[in-house]
Design a protein. Structure first.
Length: 186
């Protein structure tokens, strides 16, 4: 008796639809869950035992380094931009010197005010805020420098997970015979 291919195909399709409905009724098939690897870094408290698979490391305090560089660098950048914008008038050339430049500029004083032309609008009677901004730039540069230096000099201790270290090296297999060797530490 010959087998009808249409019946075989239809039976296979019916079986597949039935299996799909059964899985849908029971919920999705559970996915394979891979366990999370242990964290690559852990905080360390003085006197704590080092867990297996980790080693004790120390490094600069990145938060202090980054914040010090941003605060000090931004204040210095604004000072340089102000000096360039004013064509280095009123001793603004001192602003090119980081940290102490704003204080040198304030100590040197500014040029006497120029008289206003008749047609120009002058801010006579208004307080001069330039020394306030220069002093704020000096404080910000000093704070940024302190943060940067403290971040670089004070070390933070932490636990770092030991990773598998594998090196492929040339190896001698005998007189005139060479190959490849694998060295690992874990």
């Amino acid at each position: 008796m010959p087998i009808n291919r249409v019946w075989v195909l239809g039976g296979t399709l019916l079986l597949a639809l039935t299996a799909t409905r059964t899985v849908s009724a029971q919920g999705a098939a559970p996915a394979l869950v891979r366990p999370e690897p242990p964290p690559s870094r852990l905080p360390y408290q003085e006197g704590q035992l080092v867990p297996e698979g980790y080693r004790l490391r120390s490094g600069p305090r990145k938060g202090l380094v980054i914040s010090g560089a941003i605060v000090g660098g931004a204040a210095y950048g604004f000072g340089v931009a102000g000096a360039i914008d004013s064509d280095f008038a009123d001793n603004a050339g001192y602003l090119l010197i980081p940290v102490v430049g704003p204080w040198l500029m304030l100590a040197a004083g500014s040029d006497p005010p120029k008289s206003c032309p008749a047609q120009a609008v002058c801010a006579d009677g208004m307080p001069d805020y330039k020394p306030l901004f220069v002093a704020a730039a000096g404080v910000a540069q000093a704070v940024g420098t302190v943060l940067l230096v403290v971040g670089l000099t004070s070390k933070r201790r932490y636990l770092e997970r030991k990773e598998l270290e594998v090196s492929v090296v040339p190896a001698s297999l005998g007189p005139g015979a060479y190959g490849v060797g694998v060295i690992g530490a874990f």
